[in-house]
Ligand binder design. Structure first.
Ligand code: HMG
Ligand code: MG
Length: 309
């Protein structure tokens, strides 16, 4: 059943983060062949954008210590948009040497998270990103800039939206082509999302260059997504099967599930290019690889029927 709602975009770009944000917190190392197969299945389900991995030190994110091997296994089989996370120049060097077509830097809106996640202050981490953004742009790559802890932080509580807008504006000023607003611990509610989007506009960051990245800890991700769409956002991050979390933010749980997102978008008549039954089958397959059921409501609702198709 499709019923449109006024004021929404005709198409939404679903930015799949399952192989990176989804897997980075998994304690048991997932074999690299399984990761490559996950990416291939996501692409076969119609996802054009899949964030593949991170070029960070293995000791920081052991699960993604196989970034080189994954890129080699995927070869020319990369998604249309295939960003990889890069924190510094060493990461950029590795990403470029391994055929990355897009990179993402990841800033924080709070000092506590910048220190834990990047071993830097917010200002120092922005300075670390500057040569990465410049180098990647000079090599012709688009660069996404994340801002984490946009609406709340486990150590600092509520985060002033002006601070978030400042960090987002700095990323735009240094050359990021897209800024993704991360609700890392999933505490944001729709009013905050609208307020932040309003602030960004007045800081020179057009809504066309803004993406939203919601974790679903408090069940707010879909409501937050809907208001973001009503305010002009057209790129939404999500992880197949609702995988996810951040090892440096204990209270971060799974990302918005891609299936829940696609179910809502298709119900609104919004085009995504995603084949939902195929995506559900991918998440059921991935859940079997991880040895536990998916947390996505849509996967669980549709698994029995889609597996028969
Ligand atoms: P550091 O320890 O301060 O780094 O970490 P360093 O520059 O002092 O270097 C230490 C060692 O690491 C050196 O080696 C470097 O060469 C090496 P040694 O001399 O000891 O042999 N090194 C590297 N090796 C490989 N690749 C590299 C690299 N860089 C240095 N790129 C650093 C600083 C930024 C590297 C570290 O803090 C880090 O990697 N942090 C990343 C943590 C992370 O990936 N977190 C998860 C992603 S963020 C997220 O999930 C949120 C998001 O989803 C949005 C949301 O939900 O809000 C994006
Ligand atoms: Mg995240």
């Amino acid at each position: 059943m499709t019923t449109a709602l006024a004021g929404l975009p005709a198409r939404v770009e679903v930015y799949e983060v399952g192989p990176r944000d989804g897997l980075q917190n998994e304690a048991a190392i997932v074999p690299v062949e399984v990761k490559a197969e996950f990416v291939r299945r996501l692409v076969a389900s119609g996802l054009r954008t899949v964030e593949l991995t991170s070029f960070v030190p293995k000791k920081w994110i052991p699960q993604l210590g196989d970034a080189e091997e994954l890129m080699a296994l995927l070869g020319a089989d990369q998604p249309h948009r295939a960003p990889v996370l890069v924190p510094n120049e060493k990461g950029l060097e590795r990403a470029l040497a391994n055929g990355a077509k897009e990179v993402a830097v990841f800033a924080a809106a709070t000092e506590s998270f910048a220190k834990r996640n990047l071993n830097r202050t917010v200002a120092e981490s922005l300075e670390m990103f500057r040569p990465v953004v410049e180098g990647a742009r000079a090599a012709g790559l688009p660069v996404r800039g994340y801002v984490s802890m946009c609406f709340g932080d486990p150590w600092e509580g509520e985060v002033p939206l002006e601070k978030v807008a400042d960090v987002a504006g700095s990323l735009k000023d240094m050359g990021c082509t897209e800024v993704s607003l991360g609700d890392t611990i999933g505490v944001g509610t729709p009013g905050q999302v609208v307020a932040l989007l309003g602030l960004l506009g007045s800081r020179g960051l057009p809504v066309e260059e803004v993406a939203v990245h919601f974790h679903d800890t408090y069940g707010q991700a879909l409501a937050n997504t809907l208001v973001a769409l009503q305010h002009g956002v057209t790129t939404v991050d999500a992880a197949a099967g609702g995988l996810g979390g951040c090892p440096y933010a204990g209270s971060a749980t799974g990302n918005l599930s891609t299936e829940d997102l696609v179910f809502q978008l298709h119900g609104l008549g919004i085009e995504t290019g995603v084949d939902l039954p195929s995506l559900v089958r991918t998440s059921v397959w991935m859940a079997a690889q991880l040895g536990r059921p998916s947390s996505s409501r849509t996967v669980n609702a549709l698994a029995a029927t889609t597996l028969e198709i």
